[in-house]
Design a protein around this ligand. Structure first.
Ligand SMILES: NC(=O)c1ccc[n+]([C@@H]2O[C@H](COP(=O)([O-])OP(=O)(O)OC[C@H]3O[C@@H](n4cnc5c(N)ncnc54)[C@H](O)[C@@H]3O)[C@@H](O)[C@H]2O)c1
Length: 250
């Protein structure tokens, strides 16, 4: 399996996804805005005897997205999997109620969480079709795409859009053996999340802990692998039970 991981240089879910795919036997192209991050991620994998190449570019640039896909194909001969990790709200747009949001705030949330994914999925699907079909797309989404997203309306709407995009890609390309699924994360213990949530025991979460980046990464590997060959258009919620418990404990 050859995989392109956009945002795979990050020290949170991104790095965990890069490590998990490489550990599962994939050759990985790690793309990131920060060339030092993608370089560090791939150096670690290569020094462990795994196959990895570092790519750099900004997901806001359509040519960078096309370049990520074409460079991945050039590096490994073919592309089997695209994983999109880049996203979030507070990293890009401050948390605020809807009446405070400007059009620019909304557009940026959409751009960083959905528009680039559309472009990346399109480029990957073109590569998959040129190879004769077959391929898997996995996008890191959020439970804010299935629940309300207070103070993060643009983020929540974009993540909900990801789930819709996965369904449409699933329906349009099932006959080409191309699948798309979403990993809908709850609170994952990344540096940013730890500053926003209590680190340690979290009573609001039925499992009482934040998720580990590797919890999200394991779901992404499953959704990319042949183990999930009959699964497409789905959102796999990885949230320690947050979305299944009502507010009143019994
Ligand atoms: N941490 C959580 O609690 C949580 C919860 C739900 C969903 N998520 C989702 O997880 C994903 C992010 O996970 P993370 O915060 O652990 O990521 P991360 O910090 O591991 O990696 C994100 C990477 O994206 C890169 N990046 C940022 N802007 C970019 C750009 N313009 N072009 C290219 N690369 C860029 C950064 O350099 C960084 O290396 C997002 O999709 C987010 O919505 C996280």
């Amino acid at each position: 399996m050859n995989a392109l991981i956009i945002g795979g240089g990050g020290d949170g879910i991104g790095r965990a996804v890069s490590r998990a795919f490489a550990a599962a036997g994939a050759a990985v192209a790690v793309a990131d805005l920060d060339p030092e991050r993608s370089g560090e991620a791939t150096d670690e994998l290569v020094s462990s005897g795994l196959r990895a190449v570092a790519l750099a570019g900004d997901v806001r640039s359509p040519s960078a997205i096309d370049g990520f896909v074409s460079q991945s194909v050039a590096a490994f001969g073919r592309l089997d999997t695209l994983v999109t990790v880049v996203g979030g709200q507070v990293a890009f747009v401050p948390a605020m109620r809807l009446h405070e949001m400007s059009d620019d705030d909304w557009d940026l949330a959409y751009e960083m969480n959905l528009r680039y994914v559309v472009r990346a999925a399109r480029a990957a699907i073109r590569a998959f079709l040129a190879q004769g079909g077959g391929g898997s797309i996995v996008s890191v989404g959020s439970v804010t795409g299935v629940m309300a997203a207070p103070m993060q309306a643009g983020y929540g709407a974009a993540k909900a859009g990801l789930a819709s995009l996965a369904k449409t890609v699933a329906a349009e390309y099932a006959a080409d053996a191309i699948r798309m699924n979403v990993v809908a994360c709850g609170a994952i213990a990344t540096a940013a999340a730890k500053s926003a949530h209590v680190d340690g025991e979290v009573p609001e979460i039925p499992m009482r802990r934040l998720g580990a980046p590797r919890d999200a990464a394991a779901a992404a590997v499953y959704l990319a692998s042949p183990l999930s060959s009959y699964v497409t258009g789905q959102s796999l919620v990885v949230d320690g039970g947050v979305t299944v418990r009502g507010p009143f404990a019994v």
